[in-house]
Design a protein around this ligand. Structure first.
Ligand SMILES: Cc1cc2nc3c(=O)[nH]c(=O)nc-3n(C[C@H](O)[C@H](O)[C@H](O)COP(=O)(O)OP(=O)(O)OC[C@H]3O[C@@H](n4cnc5c(N)ncnc54)[C@H](O)[C@@H]3O)c2cc1C
Length: 418
């Protein structure tokens, strides 16, 4: 083995945690730094489907497959599409033993991965502000600095590690999602529970969509998606325009768009007027949502996004290739990137080969894959929200899609054995 390098992962999201877990299983020392105060200090949002050919491969590498299966919801893969008048246009019921892409709550996934690490591996409350020079000095906003030989930027869409490699920043896709949530849905909002069923509900209007998903624990979460200018809330007199949809300048977090909590009812009224042609039953989704209706402008990095390789600094997941959520690839790629980067490091250390060459080779595969999948996802969201109503032609064949994930998993494993 090479002498052990000091490895720092910046970001305890699914990608960073997965990478750290695989490194630790192989006995490689790693420290994870995250801006959050603790694992539970921030709501983690909705549900994610882990694809057989990517997210599940990574979970297998992390030796957490049984734990994942215990939490996963295969029935969550069911899909229903409705028209704005409420008419059901398409229904797909997922079999209870269909494991091509079962759902798991983001919070459950993050907890599963974080708990799999040795105590003390994650340093919460460490918001990275800068990676400096050849010694890889790490500066944090409210904590002492540190240094590392290899810095892995897993710090999401607004990555600070990325700025050590490139000036590229995510761009607005032209679509914003407003988050809705319903807890104790079967008793407090039974009509919404019925609308959504066990899986997903899509209601597509002209340039607007309601996308709702069943989560665990009797919760439904979702998004009211709209083709709008980035500063649509500010234009409606409900926030402060700053060119990033109300994101505070320099803030790495996607947040509530500078809209004051007290404005929630005005935001609700604004959204209601934008969905006015939807049926009264569907409008209850706007009326009854709990919380502050946070606005999430959907941002994406250019594709391809490459950079001149810099020894000792690399990226994974959204930090490298944040893309539109269409296709549900973001978390799957982040975790697969994490697993592949960890394997590259482990093999180089085991075989005594050049660690930097291994990271460079990882980057090539990761950048090419992220660019090709990202370009598709970014085009899909633009197309979906272009003028027009519900389009059944654009709905994939879900059985074919499931078969593609299974076949992809077989191919991936076979290629790895070679
Ligand atoms: C509305 C929406 C819906 C989505 N739906 C899906 C879906 O259905 N399926 C899917 O696969 N993907 C989906 N995605 C994308 C998915 O959430 C991301 O691709 C995935 O979370 C990326 O994982 P990551 O580990 O790279 O980054 P993240 O999950 O963003 O984690 C980054 C971590 O870095 C930390 N961090 C950030 N900045 C710093 C800093 N300066 N210093 C230290 N720590 C920092 C954060 O606290 C966080 O813990 C969706 C995204 C959006 C916006």
């Amino acid at each position: 083995m090479n002498p052990q390098p000091r490895i720092a992962v910046i970001g305890a999201g699914p990608g960073g945690l997965l990478c750290a877990r695989v490194l630790q299983l192989a006995g490689v020392d790693v420290t994870v730094y995250d801006a959050d105060a603790s694992l539970s200090s921030r709501t983690q949002g909705g549900t994610l489907d882990l694809h057989a050919d990517s997210g599940q491969i990574a979970i297998e590498d992390a030796e957490l497959l049984d734990e994942f299966i215990a939490l996963a919801r295969p029935e969550g893969q069911s899909k229903r599409m409705a028209a704005p008048d409420g008419a059901v246009l398409m229904e797909h019921l997922a079999a209870p033993d269909e494991f091509a892409a079962p759902e798991i709550d983001r919070a459950q996934l993050r907890t599963l991965l974080a708990d799999s690490l040795r105590p003390g591996t994650i340093r919460w409350g460490h918001r990275l502000t800068e990676v400096r020079g050849g010694s890889r000095g790490l500066r944090f906003a409210d904590a002492d600095g540190a240094s590392a030989d290899v810095v892995i930027g897993a710090d999401g869409a607004w990555s600070r590690v990325r700025s050590a490699l490139t000036d590229a920043l995510p761009r607005y896709t032209g679509v914003s999602f407003v988050e809705v949530v319903f807890s104790s849905v079967s008793t407090a909002h039974p009509h919404i529970a019925r609308l959504v069923g066990d899986g997903h509900l899509w209601v597509n209007g002209d340039g607007r969509s309601m996308i709702l998903q069943r989560n665990s624990d009797d919760v439904v979460r979702g998004y009211l998606g709209m083709r709008v200018p980035l500063d649509w809330l500010a234009e409606a007199g409900l926030g402060v325009a700053d060119g990033r949809g109300g994101l505070l300048a320099g803030s790495p977090s996607l947040d509530a768009n500078a809209t004051q909590r007290t404005d929630t009812e005005r935001v609700r009224a604004e959204i209601r007027s934008r969905f006015a042609d939807f049926s009264p039953d569907l409008l209850r989704i706007v009326d009854e949502s709990e919380g502050t209706l946070p606005n999430r402008p959907i941002m994406a990095l250019p594709t391809p996004m490459a950079w001149e390789h810099v020894p000792g600094v690399t990226l994974l997941g959204d930090a490298a290739h944040v893309m539109s959520p269409f296709g549900g690839n973001g978390v799957n790629l982040a975790m697969l990137d994490g697993a592949e980067l960890a394997r590259a490091i482990i093999l180089a250390l085991r075989d005594g080969t050049d660690l930097d060459d291994a990271i460079r080779a990882y980057e090539q595969t990761m950048i090419d894959r992220g660019a090709s999948i990202g370009a598709g996802a970014n085009a899909a969201i633009v197309e979906h929200f272009a003028a027009g109503g519900p389009d059944l032609d654009g709905v994939p064949d879900f059985d074919v899609e499931a078969e593609r994930w299974r076949a992809g998993a077989d191919e991936y494993r076979a290629a790895r054995r070679e």
